[in-house]
Design a binder for this molecule. Structure first.
Ligand SMILES: Nc1ncnc2c1ncn2[C@@H]1O[C@H](COP(=O)(O)OP(=O)(O)OP(=O)(O)O)[C@@H](O)[C@H]1O
Ligand SMILES: [Mg+2]
Length: 373
């Protein structure tokens, strides 16, 4: 896919900016705190409607006043789209596709695909499991927008069940509440099962691609293993009923502990994904170079998975990653990517790039929320 035009109005530190694009490589250059990452954040919002930097939507609005607007013209595999997102400081966001106002977020998702790589991604390797789940969920919602609805439903059920568990802990529950509990548990198992099967499939799909990249980037010295570690273990051959049964069994097993805690201990909100290099956990033993290479391999694998499943090449957003790679690796990376993916790269210095890349790229200068190109 190709981003032809982007407008940012009242978004982060942009008052009114327009970017028209004619190249598959876009280098965004500027000093610190000028708006480079903000620009990528704006593009990324078009694909997931969620910022990778904040969960507070009002942070996205210029000085937290009024509303922000992001609009874009993209060339997708089904033709051109005009997209518009309006984010008010208070109230609900509004969305338009080709001038038509949408009533559901779901209809907006899936039009734009992006893979973003920023220095924040290191959290994915080093930090708690929720960072890895969020990463995988974000990939899944791009592969299948309905995934967002499944997750939302799961979280709703989880909340209901947790409040019943709290009641149980504090004053015991009545017969009718017990019946209600059974209903929530059934729904929990059903939605968990839908998520688990999707997460497993996505990892299986991504694994060989990321492994290949990792081999390439490490000159065949490192073997990468990626393992989906669901909270409730299941086999590839298990059907839906079997998986649900395993979830119910574990719920039964943990019931006492859950009542004590007043919270659900079983389910996909406790899944993890393990990364291993040459048999050793990258989280615990990986050098920072290995961790970075792993991230790069994952992101490159993601690009391909999206391309294979969705049928269009995602936009690649590289925020601040160039500074972390040596010159040789940067150029290798950019040459490996070729021009299949429209790639946006932020940098503070153009001398990070070799002449041939600068020549073919569109250079956009950012200065205090203004774009010069
Ligand atoms: N809601 C907002 N309203 C006004 N300004 C904002 C808002 N959110 C962020 N900013 C400003 O945007 C600037 C940061 O922009 P950004 O993170 O894009 O910088 P950058 O160019 O990527 O810098 P670096 O090279 O350090 O990564 C800061 O000056 C910050 O104060
Ligand atoms: Mg930045």
């Amino acid at each position: 896919m190709f981003l032809k035009r982007l407008n940012l109005n009242n978004f982060r530190n942009y008052r009114e900016a327009e970017l028209c694009l004619d190249s598959r490589k876009v280098i965004i250059v500027g000093d610190n705190a000028q708006g480079k990452s903000n620009l990528l954040e704006g593009i990324q919002l078009l694909s997931s409607l969620k910022s990778y930097r904040t969960s507070r939507e009002q942070d996205l609005v210029y000085n937290q006043q009024g509303y922000a607007e992001i609009s874009a013209e993209v060339e997708g595999h089904h033709g051109d789209y005009n997209l518009r997102i309006r984010l008010p400081v208070k109230g609900k966001r509004e969305l338009w596709v080709n001038g038509q106002k949408l009533s559901r977020n779901l209809d907006f998702l899936g039009i734009v695909n992006t893979v973003l790589f920023s220095s924040l991604d290191i959290e994915l390797v080093r930090n708690a499991p929720e960072y890895r789940r969020e990463w995988l969920d974000n990939l899944l919602l791009q592969l299948e927008p309905i995934y967002t609805a499944i997750l939302k439903e799961y979280n709703k059920v989880l909340k209901q069940r947790n409040s019943l568990l709290k009641l149980w802990k504090n004053r015991g529950i009545t017969r009718s509440e017990m019946l209600e509990m059974k209903i929530w548990e059934e729904k929990l198992a059903e939605n968990a099962c839908r998520v688990m099967r999707r997460r497993k499939r996505a990892i299986e799909r991504l694994k060989p691609l990321a492994q290949l990249w990792h081999n390439k980037l490490s000159d065949d010295r490192e073997k990468l293993e990626i393992i989906y570690q669901p909270n409730v273990e299941f086999e590839e051959r298990d059907d839906v009923e079997k998986i649900k049964e395993k979830i119910r069994e574990k719920l039964e097993l943990k019931r006492e502990a859950e009542i004590q805690l007043g919270a659900t201990l079983v389910g996909i909100h406790r899944d993890d994904i393990g990364f291993f290099i040459n048999g050793k956990s990258v989280r615990n033993y990986g050098s920072s170079g290995q961790q970075r290479t792993l991230l790069l391999s994952l992101k490159l694998g993601e690009l391909q998975v999206i391309e294979q499943i969705v049928g269009q090449t995602p936009l690649l957003l590289l925020d601040d990653v160039m500074a972390e790679l040596d010159l040789q690796r940067q150029n290798n990376l950019l040459h490996c990517l070729g021009s299949r993916f429209q790639t946006f790269i932020t940098t503070t210095h153009l001398d990070y790039f070799c002449d041939s890349i600068i020549k073919e790229a569109q250079i956009v200068k950012v200065e205090q929320g203004c774009l010069l190109y």
